[in-house]
Design a protein around this ligand. Structure first.
Ligand code: PLP
Length: 448
């Protein structure tokens, strides 16, 4: 594969941008990333004309793939041609808000912002303002954007900033616990219950491998937050309008959070975030309440049009059937390949999310029959149960070097674009085909 143009572009980029990129993960590929020239359905074409089946899909936002259906295209173009934005309200913001409120039962009111990071930042401030408390419980390995309150690692006894530039004083109000660990949550509530404003969790860890919740975990979080007068925040920036269709992951798990953060798909491929939830809480945002929240670009008409037309298209067509079917087919195919060639690895994901985590131990290959057929569901009767990742620590222990240094490049050589490291998940779009799935499974067979 020729990559002269990408190398040259990266050389230029290094001179003017830190690490040559505008978001760190894009540079995870060594020695340099390929530059995308354009998208085409379920594929991308790079600056040297190489074509890849694209399972990255913008790292989550592109439910429909790269070729937007006519109504989506038309909605975006009309809005852009009428002047991009005004600093005054527009009908399209109300339309999208009504759509989300209609489809996501826990959301009575919603505030649109411009990124997932902005959504979680505002949700944390809102939870603190509403409860009058300081502390936020998060999951180790959970990702809530590039913000001060959640760039925290360690455990609840020794929380520490996970980035330079975050004061220790901020980290002290964040309590990280392992995902799926009810005991650890009980402990933090025993110790800090009166000062916990919220538990914020991804319904499924989507930025650290893909880790599925154990049966009853979210119900437990709902109960313990209720008991202590804390809020439950679901960060559905990845899972929103992807897992559980238009009802989001909370409808799939049957758990009702107080607040939900959205991003990615709800903007149809344009910069977006949102905070939705119970009216009495969301109304604490300015101007109806006194938790300050504002943004020049918030509710941007082009973004609102892209989001609304994307979700309307999904409501009126077989989008979720298609992406979930192909996701299922991929995960089933991968489960068979892994059982045959790398039985210690774990296939994860649900709906249109998938990943193979390079876990290091596991039972022998002939247990295929009894294991989760299309992605780990934390089934206690599965022979792999003790070996499947339950939290971020388990994913961290996987063979991330082989994934990154050997496997990713072999997939790329075969024309398959996977997310840039072991941790970020991969996505099926409406534009993907059965052929893309077959081709990808063949590539895994070669590369694993
Ligand atoms: C992507 C993501 C974010 C951050 O969203 P940005 O738009 O990148 O700021 C927050 N939470 C989760 C769960 C995400 O997947």
């Amino acid at each position: 594969m020729n990559d002269d143009n990408s190398r040259e572009l990266y050389d230029r980029a290094l001179s003017v941008m830190p690490g040559g990129v505008n978001s760190a993960v894009r540079a995870a590929i060594e020695p340099y990333p390929f530059f995308v020239q354009k998208g085409d359905g379920g594929h991308v074409i790079d600056a040297d004309g190489n074509r890849y089946v694209d399972w990255v899909m913008g790292l989550g936002p592109l439910l429909l793939g790269h070729d937007l259906p006519d109504p989506v295209q038309a909605g975006i173009q009309q809005r852009a041609s009428e002047g991009p934005m005004y600093g005054a309200p527009t009908e399209i913001e109300v339309d999208l808000a009504e759509f989300v409120v209609r489809h996501v039962p826990s959301v009575e009111k919603i505030r649109f912002v411009n990124s997932g990071t902005e959504a979680t930042t505002s949700a944390v401030r809102l939870a603190r303002g509403y409860t009058g408390r300081n502390k936020i419980v998060v999951n180790q390995g959970g990702y809530h954007g590039a913000q001060e309150s959640t760039l925290v690692e360690g455990d609840h006894e020794n929380p520490a900033p996970s980035s330079a530039g975050v004061p220790q004083a901020f980290a002290e109000h964040t309590l990280p616990v392992p995902f799926n660990d009810e005991e650890a949550v009980r402990e933090v509530f025993e110790e800090h219950g009166d000062d916990i404003a919220a538990v914020m969790t991804e319904p499924i860890l989507g930025n650290y491998g893909i880790v599925h919740p154990e049966e009853g975990y979210h119900e437990f979080l709902r109960e313990i937050t209720d008991e202590h007068g804390s809020l439950l925040i679901f960060d559905e920036v990845i899972t929103g309008f992807r897992v559980g269709g238009l009802g989001c992951a909370q409808s799939e798990f049957g758990v009702t959070p107080d607040l939900t953060t959205f991003g990615k798909i709800v903007g149809g491929g344009f910069p977006v975030g949102a905070i939705g939830g119970r009216a009495e809480i969301v109304e604490q945002f300015t101007p109806s309440g006194d938790v300050f929240q504002a943004g020049t670009f918030s509710g941007h008409p082009v973004t609102m049009a892209a989001g609304l037309e994307t979700l309307k298209f999904a409501a009126e067509n077989d989008v979720y059937d298609h992406v979930n079917e192909l996701g299922d087919r991929l995960r089933r195919g991968l489960t068979e390949i892994v059982a045959d060639q790398a039985p210690q690895y774990t296939v994860t994901g649900t709906d249109s999310m998938f990943k193979v985590i390079f876990t290091r131990d596991g039972p022998g290959a002939n247990s295929l029959e009894e294991q989760c057929p299309a992605g780990c569901r934390q089934d206690p009767t599965c022979p792999r149960y003790d070996y499947c990742p339950k939290n971020a620590g388990d994913v961290k222990n996987a063979d991330t070097d082989r994934w990154r240094r050997i496997f990713w490049g072999q997939m790329k050589e075969q024309g398959v674009f996977l997310s840039q490291n072991q941790f970020e998940c991969q996505f099926v779009s409406y534009a993907h085909t059965e052929e893309d799935v077959e081709e990808t499974l063949e590539a895994y067979k070669e590369a694993l």
